[in-house]
Ligand binder design. Sequence first.
Ligand code: PMP
Length: 345
Amino acid sequence: MKAQQDAPASRQLKADLFDAVGNTPLLRISKLSAALGRTIAGKCEHLNPGGSVKDRAAKFIIEDAEQTGRLSPGGVIVEGTAGNTGIALALLGNVRGYRSIFVTPDDQSQEKIDLLRLYGAEVRIVPAVPFSNPNNYYHVAKRISADVPGAVFADQFDNPANYSGHYGSTGPEILEGCDGQLDAFVAACGTGGTFAGVSAYLKSRLPAVRTVVADPTGSSLFAYVKHGSMEAEGESTTEGIGIKRITENFRHAVADDALRIDDRTMVEMAHYLLREEGLLLGGSAALNVAAAARVALALPEGSTVVTILCDGGSRYLSRLFNERWLAENDLTPRCRDLTFLGTAG
Ligand code: PMP
């Protein structure tokens, strides 16, 4: 029998699950693009092995911790996570034999918490309180990492391995996927890692590209990009996006502009994408597509706008795609066309 080899036998054969992260399709959202007369392209991050854009951050953070000697076999990964980062860290941690402990606020969807436990992670749920409160999930996770022997704090918000991984992978993949021809990049921020890495990379290669933060209501980035202040208005049911502080990762962002998308627009787009485009996506992806469409409408016909399809909608069946939840939140979709974008499209 031949000895097992570490390297893939061909370019098609992935060496392991780490190797299967990224290189996701860049998809022209076809009917929407045709209706707008502009190309809206979504980077299909929901097709990563763990089902979200956070597979990339998890991979970069684990590899950086290994390379700097902070994580070694038998080690423990600790993180404060709203779900997707935890799923990605648990999945990739299992491949390398790391145990995971996650601290999650109690306002997250049950599907994501169930998945974390299914992957073998220990999940500690804490009340959702502001970052300024020492019992915020981020601070609780940081304290646990200091107490557990062999533990490393993944620190997705402030660990620059998150942003730099996107700079080195998502950014180049997007540019290559468009054959170097794109007019704008639009995305919402959770840690800011994706937006920062991609915007900084694209600007370095294509200085004329327009970079726009898509912000849910209740987040401070809209005001920050527009006026340098941190006020936040309203609230949002979207998960994984919206921040009220400038993270170390977001500091690397190059943002020309920001726009705010409310939950009604996000929900209308989520249901439009499912009904018309065959795409079952989460709320942040829907918000991104709505923002990309609005940015595209302000650009000349024929322009190309790229955004991120962050995760799939099957994680939100009890909320975004549940009739009762939608009715309770006064978010039942009303539009059969694209008028919710503010166009006759
Ligand atoms: N969408 C979802 C569903 C997420 O979980 C996250 C990460 N929290 C994001 C978008 C934002 O990605 P990033 O952390 O890179 O800003």
